[in-house]
Design a protein around this ligand. Sequence first.
Ligand code: HSE
Length: 334
Amino acid sequence: MRNAKPISGRIIVKVPASTANLGPGFDSLGMALSLFAWISMEPSETTRITLVGDNLEGVSQDKTNLVYVVAQSVFDKAGIELPELDIGIRSDIPLTRGLGSSASAIVGALVAANSLIGNVLTDDELFQMATALEKHPDNVGASLFGGIIAAAWDGTRAEYVRIEPPSGMDVLVAIPEFELSTKKARNVLPEQITLSDAVFNVTHSSLLTAALASGRLDLLSHAMRDRLHQPYRAALIPGMDRILREATDHGALGAVLSGAGPTLLFLARSEHSRNGQLVAFIQEVMAGEGITVKTQWLDPCLHGPQVLFMDENHPDYDKDPHRLLRNVKVEVGA
Ligand code: HSE
């Protein structure tokens, strides 16, 4: 049991979304994205969970809520009792689309709860807890540390190295209107693969990691290919196969399924990424399949969670999480 004492006031945490796999780096290579979720947390007399904005349909508002449960695991580990919490959640990250929304919620909850008790848990403890909860160290690592994460988890301990994203690289996401659960997308994967496919993935994943670490954008189209999961998941996402195959003809450096999908993710050089050619190609193929897709240009996010402490004296303090989280314009700083 550690010497932890809750602060009085509200913590607001802004957490980046993440993409996992980056093609061949299955459960290993992740990148934080400039798309965010916000969690506010404050000790309270009774528990209240407020959902703010879109994207949160179906999220529970009682003590089974993921953010509440994860916060309690932090307090348990720190040996402190804080059973009643006023929690606000806003997510600009669409749920169940392969953009790491659950990893962001877990990381946001861990960081908010730890901040409430004076940061008694270390970053490594938070990373181990997040990985054990989420099972995907590449998603949680990216949300927790920002940038690109190369991670490996053996079921007991996760290790990672953070790579600074190469400059001049933009990210396009194409988010189909339908949801796809990670469970369903994992169920279509084979139990066994051939040695040649395993070799293909190990070699391409290593090349991709080294290319990203050394800024070799010219290697991405070669290195981002995958034989472990994308070929099996393509049947779940009409249009994916053609889009991934032909994206480099339309200005992408590389194209992959984001995490378990259904979002498709494209890397492109900043200087000629936004001329509309790639987006037009994606929209055309998806429309041909009868699928509505939302495209959005993002940047790699270079930082992990940003934490803001507020009490009644803070000029932006608002007891109502709706107003507070809708109006978070402040770039919350650590
Ligand atoms: N790496 C996981 C998968 C997705 O592809 O199944 C986690 O978001």
